[in-house]
Ligand binder design. Structure first.
Ligand code: GLU
Length: 299
């Protein structure tokens, strides 16, 4: 990865980079996580910067303490050291609620009671319905169109309520075009223009907690002073949304390095559901950190 270091802040002062590895404790770490964690860690070391570990446990239905504990063990085994205390997102719902309040004050949110199935049913009736980069159907706007009465529905309905961002209005609220500096793999920084509209009216406040992955990540990156977000290409498209939220919430923009994804022999992205071996299983089989680094082509 080509380095943009040394960076300067607005006053022309050189700043050391701050990076973070932000796993969700929903399963055991695999080689893809090891790659991302090591890329972040080595970037920080090379440039005299800081490496932070963040536990993204906002999905409390899936997060489990034993997975969090395993993250600490696996990273230590890889030779990674991180600062403490570690930020755990489940302890910061208040900060995410404040961010939602700001978006709400800008008139950009509406309440939505639709379930995933209701959305699927709704779009089934229409031909060729667009999907977001994660493959989910773009929200058809059912509750947005009924938003004048949605407060009433929120009060009268006992269905759980999510908060959605009105994407058209959110883009309209921007001062100008939004983009980011992308370092990717082995390239000098290039400007990418953000395309947040490809996400449609995303959920920014989940039904179970005040916040969502997208809100939490931009609030935390700003709060922790992250300068360089180093993460997999699978989150490249999400950056459009993150940049939009940063602009709306007046948060600083980090630079982004989306790295290659580690795939299996069938060129599939590693994942728990694809049966990818966990680092701890490899370790139990006698695989060494040096073997892992060689496999990941890390020198
Ligand atoms: N928690 C996310 C994941 O495990 C990563 C978020 C990020 O790096 O921005 O995929």
């Amino acid at each position: 990865m080509q380095s943009e270091f040394p960076q300067t802040n607005n006053n022309g002062v050189h700043v050391a980079p701050v990076v973070r590895f932000a796993p969700s404790p929903n399963g055991y770490l695999h080689l893809g996580h090891a790659y991302s964690a090591l890329r972040n860690y080595e970037f920080a070391r090379r440039h005299g910067g800081r490496f932070l570990l963040r536990i993204e446990d906002i999905d409390m239905g899936r997060a489990r303490p034993e997975f969090e504990q395993a993250i600490y063990e696996d990273l230590a085994w890889l030779g990674i050291e991180w600062e403490t205390p570690v930020l755990r997102q489940s302890e910061y719902f208040g900060a995410y609620a404040i961010a939602l309040e700001k978006l709400n004050a800008l008139g950009l949110l509406y309440s939505c009671t639709c379930t995933r199935n209701e959305i699927l049913e709704e779009v089934k009736l229409r031909e060729e319905w667009p999907r977001d980069p994660d493959g989910a159907p773009i929200y058809p706007g059912t509750c947005r169109d009924a938003s004048a009465s949605s407060l009433l529905r929120q009060i009268t309905s006992d269905k759980p309520v999510a908060q959605r961002l009105n994407m058209t209005q959110a883009i309209g609220a921007l001062q100008g075009p939004v983009g980011w500096i992308e370092y990717g793999e082995q390239e000098d920084g290039r400007s990418v223009s953000a395309q947040p509209s490809i996400w449609g009216d995303v959920v920014v406040g989940r039904k179970d907690v005040p916040g969502s992955y997208h809100i939490a990540v931009v609030v935390d990156d700003a709060e922790q002073g992250v300068t360089d977000v180093i993460r997999g290409m699978d989150l490249f498209e999400a950056t459009s949304l993150h940049r939009l939220l940063q602009e709306l919430l007046n948060l600083p923009a980090p630079v982004y390095h989306h790295h290659r994804l580690i795939t299996d022999e069938h060129e599939r992205k590693l994942s728990k559901s694809a049966g990818s071996p966990a680092l701890r299983d490899l370790r139990a089989q006698g695989v060494t950190v040096a073997d892992i680094r060689a496999q990941l082509e890390l020198s």
